[in-house]
Ligand binder design. Structure first.
Ligand SMILES: Nc1nc2c(ncn2[C@@H]2O[C@H](COP(=O)(O)OP(=O)(O)OP(=O)(O)O)[C@@H](O)[C@H]2O)c(=O)[nH]1
Ligand SMILES: [Mg+2]
Length: 298
């Protein structure tokens, strides 16, 4: 007998930098959300919709859970915590560590009480020998509220099929919530902003990229030509950061622009003319007004 069509919402949570966004891109087989080697890359809860012939899974990528240091951090932490009780399943991502630290213990406690089925996903198994992965599994086995434990490598694509099968098993029969061809609930403009921010995270050091926000102020296809003109403003928190961002003779800004343009052209499937501006917006991460204007509010 044919299985009925299933559907549901699945939140991906975990500490910063464990590979949540990398996993989502791998499931979607397309780069939709940005990733970087720096923690606190993802700032919003983002829905990506995976549809196949058996199920529609609405995945929610969330900011890494951490102790907030400013109002942006508060917003990010809430964006992650708020999803877990409103979904049909939670994927809790961890790295292969046998010692479960206080950050993960806090998350485990919250997940235990949220009432949603939780799958523990051990990511980055490519980094360690199998014996160490088995020790990580053993360390988490005492948390018996976890529905199952699945080791994966989001970067290499190992274990993804097993993970999708496990999620499908947990979901109830249900309708399609979104059209089958819809893959993300964000605008093109938002994705362009994120692609620019990703280059800033990759190219800048220390605290500088964390204090940056990007706003696309104009995005227009040029009449009669296969080219999109885009203007974007990069906000940073200090004058010294502005200097670093622009670089000697504008070298850093040029590098950021050329790397971002390549990705944006690939995403928009069109040539792009990208103009970047840099402005100082002091302490925007602690201003309710600025956070709202820059898209970091409910
Ligand atoms: N070796 C290895 N690295 C991985 C794997 N998955 C992700 N990474 C790397 O881990 C880093 C963080 O990945 P992200 O996907 O940005 O992590 P995240 O959990 O979304 O991070 P936040 O958005 O900051 O919470 C990046 O450098 C990835 O390339 C994996 O399976 N193996
Ligand atoms: Mg992320």
């Amino acid at each position: 007998m044919n299985e009925p069509f299933k559907s549901g919402f699945i939140s991906i949570v975990g500490r910063p930098n464990v590979g949540k966004s990398t996993l989502l891109n791998n499931i979607m087989e397309e780069k939709l959300v940005i990733t970087s080697a720096k923690p606190q890359t993802t700032r919003n809860a983002i829905r990506c919709i995976y549809t196949d012939e058996y199920a529609q899974m609405v995945f929610i990528d969330t900011p890494g859970m951490h102790r907030p240091k400013n109002k942006l951090g508060d917003y990010m932490q809430k964006a992650a915590e708020n999803t877990v009780s409103d979904v049909d399943a939670v994927l809790y991502l961890v790295e292969p560590e046998t010692k479960i630290g206080p950050g993960d213990q806090y998350i485990l406690e919250m997940l235990k009480n949220c009432g949603t089925p939780v799958i523990l996903v051990i990511n980055k198994i490519d980094l360690l020998p199998k014996e160490e992965i088995l020790l990580t599994i053993a360390a988490y086995q005492k948390y018996d509220f976890l529905k199952c434990i699945i080791p994966i490598s989001a970067a290499k694509g190992d274990g993804i099929k097993e993970l999708l099968d496990a999620i499908t098993k947990l979901l109830d029969p249900g309708p399609m919530f979104f059209p089958a061809d819809m893959i993300i609930d964000q605008s093109e403009r938002w994705i362009v902003q994120e692609l620019i921010r990703e280059k800033l995270l990759n190219l800048l050091k220390d605290e500088v990229p964390h204090g940056i926000a990007v706003e696309v102020t104009s995005m227009k296809p040029r009449k009669g030509k296969d080219i999109v003109d885009i203007e974007a403003t990069i906000y940073c928190e200090r004058k010294t950061h502005k200097g670093i961002l622009i670089g000697k003779g504008g070298s850093m800004l040029t590098k950021i622009g050329s790397q971002a343009r390549k990705d944006i052209e690939f995403f928009l499937k069109s040539k792009v003319n990208l103009q970047l501006w840099v402005k100082v917006r002091s302490d925007w991460r602690d201003s309710n007004f600025d956070l709202k204007e820059l898209g970091y509010s409910e």
